[in-house]
Ligand binder design. Structure first.
Ligand SMILES: *[C@@H]1O[C@H](CO)[C@@H](O)[C@H](O)[C@H]1NC(C)=O
Ligand SMILES: *[C@@H]1O[C@H](CO)[C@@H](O)[C@H](O)[C@H]1NC(C)=O
Length: 267
């Protein structure tokens, strides 16, 4: 009798600990899941992914994003997904964090959970091509489809403030090669090696992860990066601290125009 009771008790204990283990392993809490369901009922959305706080600051500074009044955000595993509109187009925005692991994880999460049409990835990058300049915005060929050639009229910022300006007017450059690695490139010789060997014009730490994750899930993707520095090709300090904010704003301007021009109806 005692042995039977012990066995039943033991079984119950095992069951309880299994249940506890199971609830800890659930990927999402139910509140988030319910909220996502509600958000998706109003979809589909364009997925916007940027990387780190200075780019986020530029995104808000440009003032095009209007938060959804009912469901302004969903918090998921340490990231805040903002729900709203840009020029009447519905968007879900997230700041993924630096590096390819963050970029791939956030992209996968965005595509798995939200009703997404495609991904616009944007931010700043190092410039590896001597024919390009700081402040220019690049949309690399490998990452983009080509229905994008008609916005080369956008006016980009040349000045940081009334006293600090770039020597030339920034341009939008479409169709070159971009590159990504988990390395912040600030080295003249390595920059030169990358350009000579792979003919890449920009270096960053996320884009190819976002592109690979999007394409392998069957979603279209475009990368829009403003050039903030010469990736080591400069004399003296890396200019990311000075021109990072300008490059981020220029990338955001192109993002907003791109979304405005999109023909797919997401209103
Ligand atoms: C312009 O920006 C530079 C670099 O950040 C700063 O040193 C300078 O004080 C700023 N000038 C004005 C007028 O805001
Ligand atoms: C470097 O940039 C210039 C200006 O956009 C472009 O014409 C050239 O093809 C680029 N070089 C490479 C190797 O992509």
């Amino acid at each position: 009798m005692a042995a039977k009771r012990f066995a039943a008790c033991f079984l119950r204990l095992v069951l309880i600990s299994l249940l506890v283990a199971y609830s800890f392993s659930l990927p999402l809490n139910w509140r988030s899941l319910n909220l996502i369901k509600k958000v998706n009922r109003e979809g589909p959305y364009i997925g916007l992914i940027t990387v780190f706080p200075p780019e986020e600051t530029a995104f808000f500074q440009i003032g095009a994003f209007k938060p959804n009044q009912k469901h302004p955000f969903v918090d998921l595993s340490g990231r805040r997904f903002l729900v709203g509109k840009i020029h009447d187009k519905k968007v879900v925005y997230v700041r993924c964090g630096v590096g390819m692991m963050n970029a791939a994880a956030a992209t996968q999460q965005m595509l798995d959970l939200f009703d997404i049409l495609g991904i616009v990835h944007f931010g700043i990058a190092g410039n590896a091509n001597n024919s390009l300049s700081i402040g220019d915005v690049t949309i690399p060929q490998q990452f983009s489809h080509t229905g994008i050639w008609d916005w080369l009229g956008i006016k980009l910022n040349q000045c940081l403030n009334s006293s600090v300006c770039l020597p030339q007017k920034p341009q939008l450059v479409v169709g070159l090669r971009g590159s990504t690695a988990n390395i912040f490139v600030d080295n003249a010789a390595y920059r030169d090696f990358l350009f000579q060997t792979f003919r890449v014009s920009s270096v960053d730490m996320e884009s190819s992860a976002v592109v690979m994750t999007s394409l392998s899930n069957g979603f279209p993707v475009i990368v829009i990066r403003g050039l903030s520095d010469l990736a080591g090709g400069q004399s003296g300090h890396n200019s990311i601290d000075t021109f990072g904010s300008l490059a981020a704003i220029n990338a955001c301007k192109v993002v907003v125009q791109f979304i405005k021009q999109l023909h797919h109806d997401t209103r």
